[in-house]
Design a protein around this ligand. Structure first.
Ligand code: SAM
Ligand code: GLN
Length: 287
């Protein structure tokens, strides 16, 4: 990058660098947003300040740091891992390569949970909580709910509980174990999960951005339905009467998930579309 270190120049140089890299390929608005977030991160300032002071000169050490961040992004590292955070729902979550970067479509699960009739002091569990996204979003909206969050990954649970503390959502309880294993003998009004649902053989997994995320968060192995089916089979044993199960799944899995839910005796089975128009989640109620 050249010697002119004004915010405006640094920003356009960053966008240019990202545009020529094959890895960070994306539409222009995303590239300039990425460059802006990286510049704000390197200079410890806000995007608003960068925008209102494009002529301001930055110091060389920070400009160098910015150039390094741009190179990481150009090599395909997800932006959220570089800046160490991701916004989800109304929350700012810390993330690391130990957790999936929370996706906007997962907010649909939160939306549906809030729309259902759940009793005031409802028992709620988020299976495979990762960064804590779903559990913490619900806890932030319903202070009375008793929210439990589980994960098989200790590293993920560390991030999730640090997020709970930082957001002052200390009522959320975290438990380690595989799916329902740490919940023996308990029942819930609401069970939610965004489990891994991409088949190991799916070419989508080869995406350079997905390759940086924990594979245990993305793929159940050969069978894309593996985790979804395990959860569906056990869920009724852990649901209160009239309790709800809400599952995120792949864009082409709604039918199979619905069939499995009906086969397991659940009712009011209904899928919902995300903003991209894909049937992204399915809900069902214990009779
Ligand atoms: N809930 C987070 C979100 O929506 O951003 C993370 C979802 S990520 C797709 C799936 C999560 O399930 C990962 O955090 C992973 O560690 C966890 N996981 C994978 N296998 C598991 C298992 N057998 N039992 C519990 N959690 C598991
Ligand atoms: N929605 C994520 C993706 O397609 C996958 C998350 C998951 O497997 N649960 O990148």
């Amino acid at each position: 990058m050249t010697a002119n270190l004004s915010f405006g120049t640094l920003l356009s140089q960053g966008v240019l660098r990202l545009r020529v890299s094959a890895m960070a390929e994306g539409p222009a608005p995303t590239l300039s947003l990425d460059a802006e977030l990286l510049l704000a991160h390197a200079f410890g300032t806000s995007r608003a300040r960068l925008r209102s002071h494009p002529e301001e000169m930055g110091d060389a050490a920070k400009a160098k740091r910015y150039a390094q961040l741009i190179e990481r992004r150009a090599a395909g590292e997800p932006l959220a891992y570089i800046i160490g955070r991701k916004d989800f729902w109304s929350l700012r979550l810390a993330v690391s390569p130990a957790v999936l970067v929370p996706r906007p479509e997962t907010e649909l699960l939160v939306e549906r949970a809030l729309a259902l009739r759940v009793e005031e002091f409802g028992q709620v569990v988020d299976l495979g909580t990762g960064s804590g996204a779903i559990a913490l979003a619900l806890a932030s909206e319903r202070a009375e709910w008793q929210v439990t969050a589980t994960d098989v990954s200790d590293e993920a649970l560390e991030i999730a509980s640090a997020n709970a503390e930082a957001l002052d959502l200390r009522q959320v309880r975290f438990l380690q174990g595989s799916w329902f294993e740490p919940l023996a003998g308990r029942t819930f009004d609401l069970i939610l999960s965004n489990p891994p649902y991409i088949a190991l053989t799916d070419p989508a997994l080869k995406d350079p951005a997905l390759q940086r995320e924990p594979q245990i968060a993305l793929t159940p192995g050969a069978d894309a339905m593996g985790c979804l089916r395990d959860i569906i089979l056990s869920a009724p044993d852990y649901l209160e009467r009239d309790g709800w199960l809400l599952l995120e799944h792949g864009a082409d899995q709604a039918e199979e998930v619905a069939r499995a839910l009906v086969a397991r005796g659940l009712r009011h089975v209904r899928s919902h579309r995300d903003l991209a128009g894909h049937e992204r989640m399915t809900e069902a109620q214990r009779a």
